[in-house]
Design a protein around this ligand. Structure first.
Ligand code: SF4
Length: 191
């Protein structure tokens, strides 16, 4: 699979201290995107799923402060099948996974791609939706625009929904809510 880069310690891509994998390739073309260098599907570099697992195991052994893993991009769902072994291994290590995607959960469910459904079902939290410049927010650490939603345990919805009820998602727009979310979510994310 092709990835753009890895951030070994991030505090802006989910709760706590996280290891972040930025996937390469994105078809969405959101105006104002902060990661345009991830758009070219031929950019970045090639890494095998098991090589990435080994890299992360090494990192985790050297950094006990890591709380979890985030997969961002780029558009991770373009390489859903290749990501599955990594996500499964992180879960087996007792850490949670957040997944950022430019697709809304309704789009993913409606498309019905088995690899995408498996990946979304395997992560602890899905952050969905394209970045919308006119709805940009600086109030949230975890989303870039207010249309994006933080969906806990997406496996509960992904196989059944066609029209997702926004009331069943957490849309975090202020720091206080984020802090509450963080303290509430970490034990759940840390399986
Ligand atoms: S989905 Fe993310 S990486 Fe892709 S264009 Fe939109 S903001 Fe950029």
């Amino acid at each position: 699979m092709r990835i753009h880069s890895v951030a070994r310690e991030s505090i802006v891509d989910g709760p706590g201290m996280r290891y972040v994998v930025f996937m390469q390739g994105c078809p969405h073309g959101c105006p104002g995107c902060h990661n345009p260098q991830t758009h070219d599907p031929g950019g970045g570099f090639e890494i095998g799923p098991h090589e990435l697992i080994a890299e992360f195991e090494r990192e985790l052994s050297e950094n006990p402060l890591l709380d979890g893993v985030t997969i961002s991009g780029g558009e991770p769902l373009l390489q859903a099948r290749d990501l599955m072994p990594f996500v499964a291994s992180v879960g087996a290590m007792g850490l949670g996974v957040w997944l950022y995607t430019g697709y809304r959960i309704e789009e993913i469910a409606g498309r019905g791609d088995p690899d995408e459904l498996s990946l979304v079902s395997a992560v602890d939290v899905l952050v969905d939706g394209r970045f919308e410049l006119e709805r940009r927010t600086l109030e949230s650490r975890f989303v870039g625009s207010t249309n994006q939603r933080i969906i806990e345990r997406p496996e509960l919805y992904i196989h059944t929904i066609r029209n997702f009820d926004d009331n069943r998602t957490m849309i975090i727009t202020d720091r206080e809510t984020e802090d509450n979310f963080r303290s509430r979510t970490i034990p759940e994310v840390m399986r």
